[in-house]
Each structure stands twice: as C-alpha cells, then as structure tokens.
Design a binder for this molecule. Structure first.
Ligand SMILES: *[C@@H]1O[C@H](CO)[C@@H](O)[C@H](O)[C@H]1NC(C)=O
Ligand SMILES: *[C@@H]1O[C@H](CO)[C@@H](O)[C@H](O)[C@H]1NC(C)=O
Length: 452
C-alpha cells in the first residue's frame, strides 16, 4: 500500500543555486547521515515512492492574470497543536479541511522561536544552521548572540544555511518576508521584499501587505512569502495557554486568516495560491513549585552567559577549569534530590535531540523536564507560560496544514506527524524550487506520509 502522499514533485534540469555553500558548516556529515537514516526508519511508513511523479507546477490564471506557482507560509508563534480543537479557529481549520492537515508538526530542540523559525526557513536543525538558542555564546567569535538586540543578531555571521527566501531569489523567483526570524539578517542575498520586525504591527496589517504583494505585476510579485505572527505566543507567555487572553489571541489571528482568505477569494486566487499554516512550538504553564533553583547548588557568578528561567541552561564557566566541578555538582544534586532535570556533557545529549557538534552548543547543558524551569532564587517567575523543552513533549507540538494547487483537495487529508526540518522542501516543491539531495536535514524530500 502506498503510504506516502506526494505533496509536490521533482523537477528535472539545471540546479539554479549553489547549495553547497554554507551547508555542512561544521563537517558533521557522518553523524547527520546516520541520524537521517534512523529518523527515516522511525517516522516514514514507506520510504519508497511508488507512484509516478506528477507534473511540475504550472502557471495558473485567475481569469485575468497569470500567476507563477506561489506559496504563502503563515507561522503562528506558540500555537500549540491542541489549541486548534478549542473552537476558536474556524478559518485556520478550514485550510486543513480543504487540503492536508498533520496531526502535529514536531519542532526541533530547543523549542524556542528563533531556532525553530530558522529551522523551518532552512530545513536544517539548529545545530546545523547555528541559531542554537535565542541567546548563546560563540567561543570562536568570542561574542554572544541575543535575539532581542537587532544590531547584534542581524549580523550575517550568525546565520548559516540557505533560507527559502534566498533560494527563491537565487533561482530567479521573488520572495517576501514579514518579520520571520532570520529574514532581517544582513546576508549577501536578501529577500526581494522585507518588512522589519515591529511588535506593534497588527496581524491584519500583515495580511494586507501579503495581498498588496499579490496585486503586483507578475514579474514583481513574490512567489514565496513567509509571515511571522506573534499574538498567540505573547498571550501564552503572559497569561498561560488556557487563559482567556490566549483564546482571544487565537480569535484575533484566526480573523486575520479570514481576511487573507477573503482577499484571495475576491481575487479568484483561492485555487491558485498555496497556503501553508504552521507554528514553531507549543506552550506550557510553569509555577514556582516547578522551578529548579540551580543557585542552591552552584554559584551563578561562575557562569559565562545565563539565560535564566528557561527549560534549558547552557553552561559555560568563566574559568574553563571549573566546568567539570559545576557539571559534577549539578549531577550529584540532581541524583541526590531527584530533581526534575538532566545534565549532560554535550556529547551525552541523546541523539534524538539532534543537538550536538556545533561549537555554539555549550559543553554542559541542563535540560529540565517538561513543565519545569531552570532558574535562580532571585529571579522569581515573571511569566506564566514557557516553552523550550524536549521537542517530543506533547505540550511543545506545533501545527501544519496546507491547501492550494500543490496539495490534494478532495477533503481533509490527515498526515502523520513529521518534523519541521521537512518544511523547507515542502515549500520549495510547491513552487518548483530545486533542492539538492542532502541539502537539508529533512528525510522526506518534500513528501509527507499519511497513515498506513
Ligand atoms: C559553490 O560554492 C562553493 C563554496 O563556496 C564553491 O567552491 C563552488 O565552486 C560553487 N559551485 C558553483 C557551481 O558555483
Ligand atoms: C486576478 O488577480 C489580480 C492580482 O491580484 C487582480 O488584480 C484581479 O482583479 C484578479 N482577477 C479576478 C478575475 O479576480
């Protein structure tokens, strides 16, 4: 039985872009090949593509205008997979109803916004693209990255791989990026259109911008659009995943999807343009009793860069000779008091995290159990909801659904869960962008399995 659903197709011919540059950044090809095989075995029902490949996407018309294959990707920060069953998101659900919907999309570790948006953009794990957390230290550069400081974080030296908005430009298509993390980095190839991050921008305005782009003449119109939407995450952090404010944010972003869908229908584009709805990670409550106060055991002033109140604590010591002591102290404290975290030397981090081999990953990493945070006595708890845990934790699950000419349209097609490193190739194939074999950490080549 054929267990793979073909979302798109393979294009033949010349490669339009140089995918070798910046790919295997840290010479980890061997370990990656191994884990690719393991994951392929675990996740894909039937890795053999046993049906003929469909034709490449073709130019479509809405009656008056020709449209090149086009895709709009909306990412809802912090939209946990089970939020969709709450009855607040009819527009979002309708995309899946008329196309495909995954039970959930699995984020990458750490389940934070910057690493995961750049993973969705590049098809690479954080350990491959280099944005290994929202804040981290690079021992080679001797500098730290901080997602809140644009002057620092947009320097191209931080951003590896090739995001889809660059792939589009390199292959003579056009891209438009609205606030998607990584889209502002000052890499040599820039998206054709770009809207800078501004937290006060209403989500409806972002939808208007997308529609304005669609109204441009064909030779100026972006074919790949990536839109970042923050409301649900903000409400989840401040009020918690079950709060009324979080429901309100769901209604707000769902209304915006309605605006976009109306705009597409008015232009006769609902069967012409592909729409992909995704999220980066979920959200979970934390309480003071779920805090692990690491300053009860170690002296925080010995640490190099602390991002406190996170599910994971990257540990580097100002004096490298103290690292071993700190590791052992935390490990024995954990064992003695049966604390809800694990501490690893970087080579001990379980392979399923795909979090290894990058110099930006700290030599010692403590990872709290889902629902618990690593924090200090003097920090208190400033938020209600948190994310960043184990990417396989149920509370961290993200969403994926899609509709449009590149997807089956005979009713809701339910897909097996898959990892977000697959997204790059799914996007690429909907618009006929070519991806070299092995250029991403995905294992499905743009195909996504459905239940066997
Ligand atoms: C691709 O990039 C690599 C590394 O920058 C370079 O050595 C190679 O010549 C390039 N290949 C093509 C086809 O441009
Ligand atoms: C087709 O799309 C173009 C560009 O958005 C729009 O100006 C035009 O009105 C649309 N045509 C129809 C028949 O809706």
């Amino acid at each position: 039985m054929v267990c793979l659903y073909l979302l798109s197709f393979l294009l033949l011919g010349q490669r339009g872009s140089n995918h070798t540059a910046g790919r295997f950044l840290f010479n980890q090809q061997d370990s990656r090949t191994l884990s690719r095989q393991l994951r392929a075995k675990n996740i894909v029902c039937n890795p053999k593509i046993s049906r003929p490949l469909p034709l490449p996407p073709k130019v479509l018309s809405n009656g008056t205008h020709d449209f090149d294959p086009t895709v709009i990707v909306l990412s809802f920060d912090g939209l946990r997979a089970d939020y969709l069953s709450r009855g607040h998101t009819p527009n979002i659900l309708s995309v899946g109803t008329s196309g495909v919907v995954a039970e959930y999309m699995q984020p990458s570790f750490p389940t934070l916004t910057f690493p995961n948006h750049y993973t969705m953009g590049t098809g690479l794990f954080p350990s491959s693209h280099g944005i290994v957390a929202n804040m981290f230290y690079d021992p080679t550069l001797g500098e730290d990255f901080n997602y809140r400081i644009p002057d620092k974080s947009w320097d191209p030296k931080w951003w590896g791989g090739e995001p889809i908005w660059e792939t589009a430009v390199l292959q003579n298509q056009r891209s438009g990026v609205i606030m998607w993390p990584g889209g502002e980095s000052l890499r040599p190839v820039r998206p054709t259109y770009h809207v800078r991050y501004k937290s006060s921008t209403p989500v409806a305005e972002k939808m208007d911008t997308v529609l304005t782009w669609l109204d441009r003449p064909r030779e100026e119109r972006p074919t790949v659009m990536n839109v970042y939407i923050s409301e649900v995450d903000t409400a989840g952090h401040n009020y918690g995943p079950d709060s009324r404010r979080c429901q309100k944010a769901l209604v707000e972003v769902d209304n915006a999807v309605g605006i976009l869908m109306d705009g597409l229908r008015q232009r006769g584009l609902d069967k012409v343009v592909n729409l992909l709805l995704v999220s980066d990670h979920g959200m979970s409550y934390v309480t003071p009793t779920q805090s692990i106060y690491y300053d009860d055991y170690i002296d925080p002033s010995e640490l190099l860069l602390e991002e406190s109140l996170q599910p994971h604590l990257a540990i580097r010591t100002k004096d490298p000779k103290r690292l071993d002591h700190i590791y052992k102290t935390l490990k024995s404290a954990q064992e003695k008091h049966n604390l809800q975290f694990k501490v690893y030397r970087s080579h001990e981090i379980p392979e399923r995290y795909n979090y290894a081999h990058h110099p930006r990953i700290a030599p010692v990493v403590a990872i709290a159990e889902p629902g618990f945070v690593m924090t200090r006595r003097d920090m208190g708890i400033a938020v209600v909801g948190v994310h960043g845990w184990d990417h396989e934790a149920e509370e961290m699950r993200a969403i994926f659904m899609a509709s449009g000419p590149s997807f089956p349209s005979h009713g809701p097609e339910r897909l097996q869960p898959f990892e977000n490193v697959e997204l790059y190739e799914i996007i690429a194939r909907t618009v006929g962008l070519q991806v070299e074999e092995g250029a991403t950490d995905g294992v499905r080549n743009g195909y996504v399995s459905r239940p066997c």
